[in-house]
Design a protein around this ligand. Structure first.
Ligand SMILES: *Cc1c(COP(=O)(O)O)cnc(C)c1O
Length: 391
């Protein structure tokens, strides 16, 4: 007879980092109907579904106009181009963010100028912006990382004093609020992503730019269709950055549920906070800190541990069926593709330290208390074993 492991208890069910299928399962009837409606309409790209989605989403964000596009990255490129930013111009961005925040600036021919982050929120530190402003600076890009808005009062003040645009990268913070105002309405333009794992997720890639300015709205609409306002007459050298109708139709089904999903994320975050504290892990694992004047929507629940423990703990969690991810392991000023910008290791110490110590625990609106208990249990068990080994 083959030896079996029947004596040991069955392994606990794995906990995924994110469960995008849960929302489809819950809304299957409506989503299927929406997809079929698009299939039957013969309108694959833009059209009435997209227009309706743009209006509904702009309204949700508290902005006058919404311009659908192919992705959050497209939204950033379109937004910068609509502001006439290009070669010779500089845009202030944090180095601790998803690549697209800075690559969008580089792709339109402008130069990303990095400013280090705040160690508590991981967002750009407004106190360090002034020192990086030159005669070429055109805009500041606050990236509302992990679901929490940047310190906008300070950023608005600098932008007003120095006549700079504020271009929000709100890709991770759909529905997040700063002093009661939703992001997307906190700058001249706001850039949203509906990548499937974001707070509002499409079936594939999708994005949107928000603005209150009718001139910028018109320009964004032209830029996403090859720079033409009248078909085959090109005012600008634009792009093919359109939104597909099928994504708009699915997003319209999901949009009315976003408020509940955001509340569920907040509830799950509070539960993690409590579980980590009760497991007496909070001295080892710093929990995310929500500023009192903001609504953190926890697109990610990012913790921070001493850097010598980060990679071993991440490995241990994965081995034990817990889906975790490091956002982000390498600061953008240290990326190979930005070598020509001339930055060095040590230039942005807070960003570099964050890159060495953070990781995200499983987080999605449907996560259960039992799943969260399991996550924290595995973290505790790592620490017990490490301490035992050291003793
Ligand atoms: C996801 C993301 C983007 C890009 O969005 P895509 O839809 O994936 O192109 C940009 N910035 C940040 C901070 C993001 O998290």
């Amino acid at each position: 007879m083959k030896p079996t492991s029947s004596v040991s208890a069955p392994a606990p069910a794995p906990v995924p980092l994110c469960d995008i299928q849960a929302q489809y399962t819950a809304l299957k009837t409506e989503i299927d109907a929406a997809v079929l409606r698009v299939l039957g309409s013969g309108q694959a790209i833009l059209g009435p579904e997209v227009t309706a989605f743009e209006q509904e989403t702009a309204q949700f964000c508290g902005a006058q106009f919404g311009i659908g596009c192919g992705s959050g990255t497209d939204a950033l490129v379109l937004a910068l181009r609509a502001l006439d930013i290009g070669p010779g111009d500089e845009v202030i961005v944090p180095p601790f963010t998803f690549f697209a925040s800075a690559s969008a600036v580089a792709r339109i021919g402008a130069t990303p100028v990095f400013v280090d982050i705040d160690p508590i929120t991981f967002n750009i530190d407004p106190g360090q912006i002034e020192a990086k402003i030159t005669s070429r600076t055109r805009a500041i890009m606050p990236v509302h990382l992990f679901g929490q808005c940047c310190d906008m009062d300070a950023i608005w003040q600098i932008a007003a004093d120095r006549q700079l645009y504020v271009v929000e990268d709100a890709a991770q913070s759909f529905g997040s609020e700063y002093r009661g105002k939703r992001c997307g309405a906190l700058g001249i333009v706001g850039c949203m992503s509906f990548y499937p794992t974001k707070n509002l997720g499409a079936l594939g890639d999708a994005g949107l730019v928000t603005t209150n300015d009718p001139v910028i709205d018109k320009k964004l609409r032209a830029l996403r269709v090859h720079g033409s306002e009248v078909k085959y007459y090109h005012k600008y050298i634009g792009y093919n950055m359109r939104l597909d109708a099928v994504h708009a139709a699915v997003l319209r089904v999901k949009l009315p549920h976003v408020a509940n999903w955001l509340t569920a994320r907040e509830t799950a975050a509070k539960r993690y906070d409590g579980l980590i504290e009760r497991a007496n892990l909070h001295g080892f694992m710093r929990r995310p800190i929500a500023m009192p004047d903001r609504r953190h929507t926890y697109n990610q629940y990012v913790v921070r541990v001493p850097s010598n423990h980060r990679d071993p703990l991440v490995k241990y969690l994965k081995e034990n069926g817990v889906g975790v991810e490091v956002y982000y392991p390498l600061s953008l000023h240290q990326q190979e593709c930005f070598k020509h910008l001339g930055y060095r290791t040590g230039d942005f110490p807070t960003s570099e330290e964050a890159a060495g110590g953070v990781f995200a625990l499983p987080m999605f609106p449907e996560i259960t208390e039992a799943q969260q208990q399991r996550v924290v249990e595995v973290c505790s068990s790592y620490l017990r074993q490490t301490v035992r080994r050291a003793a």
